[in-house]
Design a protein around this ligand. Sequence first.
Ligand SMILES: Cc1cc2nc3c(=O)[nH]c(=O)nc-3n(C[C@H](O)[C@H](O)[C@H](O)COP(=O)(O)O)c2cc1C
Length: 210
Amino acid sequence: MNSPLIAVDTLEAPIAADRSQIVLQSLLSRQSYWPLTSPGPNDTELASVFDAALRAPDHGKLRPWRFVVVRGAARAALGEVLVDIANARAPDEPRSAHQHRAQKAQAAPVIIAIAAAIDTTSTVPEVEQLLSVGAATMNMLNAIHALGYGGFWVTGPDSYDAHMHASLGFGSDERLLGFLFVGTPSAAQRGTVRPERTAHVREWTGPVTR
Ligand SMILES: Cc1cc2nc3c(=O)[nH]c(=O)nc-3n(C[C@H](O)[C@H](O)[C@H](O)COP(=O)(O)O)c2cc1C
């Protein structure tokens, strides 16, 4: 396992205030990393990452979260799907011209496809079901960071391609929302510049009159 941000179990009788600072520090220090190298999280660590995902808020208990893990040799097969997609978009070019696209599937030791199973019979709007999967994915990114790894959420046209959708075994009621690349940050990376809080938050004190 990588060094976690803070070795919680080495703290002496942490009081509640210490614990909240540890959690907050972890939330506030998370950033995305690309590319990622080995090692990636092991099975036990991945189980914690998915358990964190399954704590996401979920209107109507619809459990819309669907995750598919791609690692090891399966990444080469995912790379070929990426080549297939590029080849289908430019069929006049030889397949070899698109072979470099396969490299993307090697950009991290663990790749997690993220999807939402949309219940169209529910009174819960689709947007809320998608938001629940977004919240689950954020929990995963935070858990990945807390475990000492790095993550990166990627979409792009390949994520919305029908061949990718079918190749990963998703059904017609499922929407692929991208991929989490997970592993060890391969190089020190500058911290992401965060926006000013005041540009995003305001307090409402009563109806707005125009
Ligand atoms: C749904 C979603 C899809 C994203 N897709 C991409 C992507 O395809 N390519 C990319 O460079 N960044 C993408 N990002 C942004 C990165 O995951 C990341 O958030 C961004 O680089 C900022 O880094 P930070 O997490 O350290 O703030 C996406 C983010 C979200 C929420």
